[in-house]
Ligand binder design. Structure first.
Ligand SMILES: [Zn+2]
Ligand SMILES: [Zn+2]
Length: 301
């Protein structure tokens, strides 16, 4: 896999340098996209190595979120560069400068070969995981972009149709931004401390309320620690005296039913006051007034 990164980085350098020499923003756009793909691999490898380090007292959740952060930085860079190239290409639409079509064709053909080789490499393991299948589709889209640049280079080379270059640049920028918008959602969700995808807060509360001895469950927080670990905190109101047994049952249920490996559970007695409401006036009994609780039906019967 390392040599794939090296070949991709070399290709990228050649494309961007060639794009500058040939005055072709389309070639630069294709090169930038390949650069970001190679950077994504490098960042993923680096972040994965970092993620294996043991947790410390300062970083008690470990280093798994480095992957999320790396993905976010890569997406941001892609958006900025794509917008910059699109603006540059837009300015060239009215008066497209001469572009060295032959050089563009040659470098794009080289890029197409590398894209197809990478796609073939990925395809062998494509059926194993959703992530790899997504990577394979991404590689195919990259190959299509390189193919488009070859066609553009041919149009310029054969007919002197310089407008092809900025038009292609706009197309490639649009495809890149479309890619990013399709993939950035889960990353933003994790960074915003959103609930793990596929775990519904109301279902977690309902399952907790069904546990023997639980009278009510409220003040639920759900979040992702990293790609593979989920965390929850919740208050349980109970009539039972066996607090530790109840907490154990709840943790086992959360782990086995909802894949929440890290849960923090507070116990409250029926009729007692919720510790998180101290200092708030309670006009109608046990009710939370936090904004996040108002958004959910935490106190449903
Ligand atoms: Zn790509
Ligand atoms: Zn409470």
């Amino acid at each position: 896999m390392l040599w794939a990164v090296i070949v991709n980085l070399a290709l990228t350098g050649a494309q961007i340098a060639g794009g500058l020499v040939a005055v072709s923003t389309a070639l630069i756009a294709d090169g930038v996209h390949n650069l970001s793909d190679a950077m994504a691999l490098v960042l993923a490898f680096g972040a994965r190595r970092l993620a294996r380090r043991p947790a410390t007292s300062d970083f008690s959740y470990g280093w798994g979120r480095a992957e999320t952060l790396a993905a976010f930085v890569n997406f941001l860079a892609l958006i900025v560069v794509s917008l910059w190239l699109a603006i540059e290409a837009f300015g060239r639409l009215t008066d497209p400068p001469p572009v060295a079509g032959g050089l563009v064709m040659g470098l794009a053909a080289f890029a197409l070969l590398v894209d197809l080789a990478t796609a073939a490499l990925v395809y062998r393991s494509a059926r194993e995981s959703v992530n790899i299948r997504a990577a394979f589709l991404h590689n195919l889209a990259d190959a299509a972009a390189s193919l488009a640049v070859i066609v553009g280079g041919a149009l310029i080379w054969a007919f002197g149709w310089y407008l092809a270059d900025p038009v292609l640049t706009l197309l490639i920028s649009a495809v890149i931004i479309w890619h990013v918008l399709g993939e950035i959602g889960p990353v933003l969700r994790s960074l915003m401390l959103g609930a793990p995808p596929g775990i519904a807060a109301d279902q977690v509360l309902a399952a907790l309320r069904k546990l023997p001895g639980v009278a009510d469950a409220h003040h639920l927080h759900l979040r992702q620690i990293d790609e593979t670990r989920n965390a929850a905190s919740v208050h349980l109101v109970t009539e039972t005296a066996d607090f530790s047994g109840l907490v154990r049952d709840a943790k086992v249920m959360l782990r086995e039913t909802f894949a929440i490996q890290h849960s923090t559970i507070e116990i409250e007695l029926p009729g007692g006051h919720c510790a998180d409401e101290i200092g708030e006036d309670e006009p109608d009994g046990h009710h939370h007034h936090d904004d996040h609780d108002n958004a959910r039906d935490d106190h449903a019967p």
